[in-house]
Design a protein around this ligand. Structure first.
Ligand SMILES: *Cc1c(COP(=O)(O)O)cnc(C)c1O
Length: 345
């Protein structure tokens, strides 16, 4: 079943000669840069940033235990999602398969790339329909998007299910691990070398606390990573982001992570005691999906109290549900107090 992933690549992409930046040929010590039409007066930002993000990749390689050749750095995970389509999917011919409900960007990026997007509904307990996903694929299905732990449902999918898809689907399997730091399972990074068709997405936007800097990661076989690198904009990660991310990757996030997980437990417990709550779903992420009889009423009341949550109640499979992010202890207390006040009426 499994093809060489390079056979799945669009022909125009395979034939692409990469744009070479002004400084690509120069490897000697710092000289006088008259090659890139920059303003020569140093203000900290007058030079183009490193298009290969060498220092940043080295740091991420150490933290993740993955060679730099297997790492792509994007302007958010959204850039990597878009690149998956641009590299593998021929517009109007190829298609992608994914789960529903899930993260909206897979579908949006499919649409902007004019690629058909096939959704396979999760079970009522949000379990993966492995047979359904395989059945939805045909000879033009190049990519399958999975998200584990899944947004907005919160659950991580069992390894056995994902492995069956990796082995039996003949295209690229993308596993979006945006929330993996909040999960008990370790994720797929250490098994990257075992599956030639595996692309893992991670991000610094969630557990690492750097959503404002825009930095997403893709991990895959070296030849897939080089294709992403060839197609990306040369200076996709700006200089400030590269610098500050390297700095912030030196911070130990374990205390915050532990507190967020502890808070998640407390929020789940308090919600389960609230009579307005119809159901709460198991979560491996930093949010919880909660079902109410009157989700809009609850949403509006929270807004009145200055708390905004995500209304997912119109989405198929999420009827009646709001997605609530775990905040600081104080923020969570205020959110829960509003719900308690509403239930007491
Ligand atoms: C938040 C989120 C991301 C992060 O996207 P960035 O562009 O890296 O900020 C990616 N995937 C999922 C499923 C998410 O929920």
């Amino acid at each position: 079943m499994m093809k060489d992933p390079i056979e799945l690549v669009r022909k125009n992409i395979l034939a692409l000669a990469p744009y070479s930046t002004a400084r690509d040929e120069y490897t000697g010590p710092i000289g006088i840069y008259l090659d890139a039409n920059e303003n020569p007066y140093d203000n900290g930002y007058n030079r183009y940033p490193d298009p290969h993000q060498k220092a940043l990749k080295a740091r991420i390689s150490t933290i993740k235990g993955v060679p730099t050749e297997n790492i792509f750095i994007g302007n958010g995970s959204d850039e990597a999602i878009d690149l998956v389509y641009r590299v593998f999917c021929e517009p109007r011919i190829d298609n992608a398969v994914s789960i529903a409900p899930t993260y909206g960007m897979y579908k949006v990026a499919a649409a902007t790339n004019d690629v058909e997007f096939r959704e396979v509904q999760l079970g009522v307990d949000f379990s993966l329909d492995v047979e359904g996903l395989l059945a939805a694929a045909d000879e033009n299905t190049k990519v399958m998007f999975l998200c584990s732990p899944n947004n907005p449902t919160g659950n991580a999918f069992p390894d056995e299910d994902i492995e069956r898809l990796l082995v039996n689907f003949g295209g690229i399997v993308v596993i979006d691990e945006a929330y993996i730091d909040f999960a008990d399972s370790e994720g797929w990074l250490s098994r990257l070398a075992r599956y030639p068709n595996l692309v893992i997405l991670q991000t610094l936007s969630k557990a690492w606390g750097m959503a404002g800097l825009r930095l997403g990661l893709a991990f895959a076989r070296e030849d897939i990573i080089s294709l992403f690198t060839r197609v990306k904009y040369p200076y996709n990660i700006n200089g400030i982001t590269q610098k500050i991310v390297i700095e912030r990757l030196g911070y130990d996030m374990s205390e915050q992570l532990a507190e967020l997980k502890e808070q998640r437990g407390k929020v789940l417990k308090k919600l389960s005691e609230n009579p307005l709550v119809r159901a709460i779903f198991p979560t491996d992420a930093n949010f919880v999906l909660v079902k109410f009889d009157d989700p809009r009423g609850v949403y509006d009341r929270l807004i009145e109290g200055g708390v905004i949550v995500r209304d997912r109640s119109k989405i198929k499979g999420c009827e009646g549900m709001l997605r609530i992010t775990i905040g600081t202890p104080d923020e969570n207390r205020k959110m829960l107090a509003i719900l308690d006040g509403m239930a007491a009426k």
